[in-house]
Ligand binder design. Structure first.
Ligand code: GMT
Length: 377
């Protein structure tokens, strides 16, 4: 099948999911065309059947805001025609589903009929999409998608609660490639980061306010008083400066390492002992799943889709948002007892296998077939 994929090309989970899904589909013989404003960070353009088309939005002084959705829809029309695409898969409703709808209508006018699938990822629904400024346009684009998927049951429920949705929403979970982790070489360079007596605790996010990175530091602060440890902070964003200032004020500077945006997540997770994700909102929590496949137990908040990924008392623990004291206590319970730690590590790994890409890609392929078969003109 020839498929056009639209996503955000940044480090965010939705872009990662779109890219990894594209790679997996191309392995299965599909021709995948990424259409976005920048090459997605994890995209391997050298892989067979993978193509990248850049959307240009030239600066024009008349506009205070450059019309990206307009440029994207025109580019979609062009790429669909040039490469005879059969389907568009847009990740993130805003503004991608809206642009896909417009492209579909423009193509209809030219006698070309193409369905589009919209995958909802979280912030497009909960944090941004439901804002009155966007709500009608988001609901319209979801209702006019040929098929809609969401990355968790929790996000599906949120979508139905926040919008007037007339479409069925199919839950297809985010995924990891278990084979990749089984077969890759593991040059664990733990000694570069911590000494033998220290535990390594890790957090990965875009450091936006909903990630509550000060809670990450506070949880670590309590843990390291009873258990020698280092904290790896991977990512960058709005709250980084405040977090660094807090570390300095509390005398934690030498124990907390801010690594910035990194493509070396696997190398760091491979020697991590615990992962912290105390978010205020999380539709799925892909970073937690990536930790789990590396056998890293997870201490998270109990919001959104996190309970569908991180299992209480098995792969880790889930606590109320803001309860950093409780998170530290549960973290210590795991870290201070090697036997318990080992049990959690193994359970985290086994639970992560439920989200193996091999189980997920066929679900997307079935959705694509459904979109093609059920589209009406
Ligand atoms: O979490 C973010 O701020 C990034 C955001 C995105 O759009 O990339 O992540 C969302 O999509 C991910 C992939 O489906 C999910 O794992 C994240 O839980 C979700 N974030 C939120 O719901 C806040």
């Amino acid at each position: 099948m020839k498929i056009g994929v639209v996503c955000y090309p940044t480090f965010g989970g939705s872009g990662v999911v779109a890219t990894e899904l594209g790679h997996a589909l191309s392995d299965r013989g599909h021709d995948i065309h990424f259409i976005t404003y920048k090459q997605p960070v994890r995209l391997n353009v050298l892989q067979a059947n993978i193509h990248f088309h850049e959307v240009h939005v030239p600066d024009y002084p008349l506009f205070q805001y450059q019309p990206y959705a307009l440029a994207l829809s025109s580019k979609l029309v062009k790429v669909v025609k040039e490469h005879q695409l059969e389907l568009l898969h847009v990740h993130y409703a805003i503004p991608h589903a809206y642009a896909a709808y417009m492209a579909q209508k423009m193509l209809n006018d030219q006698g070309i009929h193409i369905p589009f699938v919209t995958t909802l990822h979280g912030t497009d629904i909960t944090l941004v999409g439901s804002h009155p400024f966007y709500k009608d346009a988001v609901a319209f684009s979801i209702n006019h998608s040929n098929v809609v998927t969401s990355v968790s049951e929790s996000l599906k429920a949120d979508t139905l609660r926040l919008f007037d949705i007339k479409k069925d929403i199919k839950v297809i979970y985010n995924f990891i490639d278990a084979d990749y982790y089984r077969h890759r070489e593991k040059p664990c360079e733990r000694e570069k980061i911590a000494n033998k007596s220290e535990k390594v605790i890790t957090h990965i996010s875009n450091f936006r306010p909903p990630k509550r990175i000060i809670d990450v530091i506070k949880t670590f602060e309590v843990i390291q008083k009873k258990c020698p440890a280092k904290l790896m902070m991977i990512g960058d964003g709005q709250n980084r400066a405040a977090a660094q200032a807090y570390c300095k004020k509390q005398g934690l500077k030498d124990k907390v390492v801010f690594l910035g945006k990194s493509n070396d997540i696997d190398r760091i997770l491979c020697f991590s002992d615990l992962f912290l994700l105390p978010s205020e909102q999380e539709s799925f929590g892909l970073a937690a799943l990536e930790a789990m496949i590396h056998k890293v137990p997870v201490i998270s908040s109990n919001v959104g889709g996190l309970p569908e990924v991180n299992r209480e008392g098995q792969s880790g623990y889930l606590l109320d948002v803001g309860d950093y004291q409780g998170m530290a206590e549960k973290g210590l319970k795991i870290l201070l007892n090697p036997e318990i730690h080992q049990q959690f590590k193994q359970a985290a790994f086994e639970l992560a296998l439920n989200f193996d890409i091999k189980k997920i890609v066929p679900q997307y392929e079935a959705v694509y077939q459904k979109a093609i078969l059920t589209q009406t003109y």
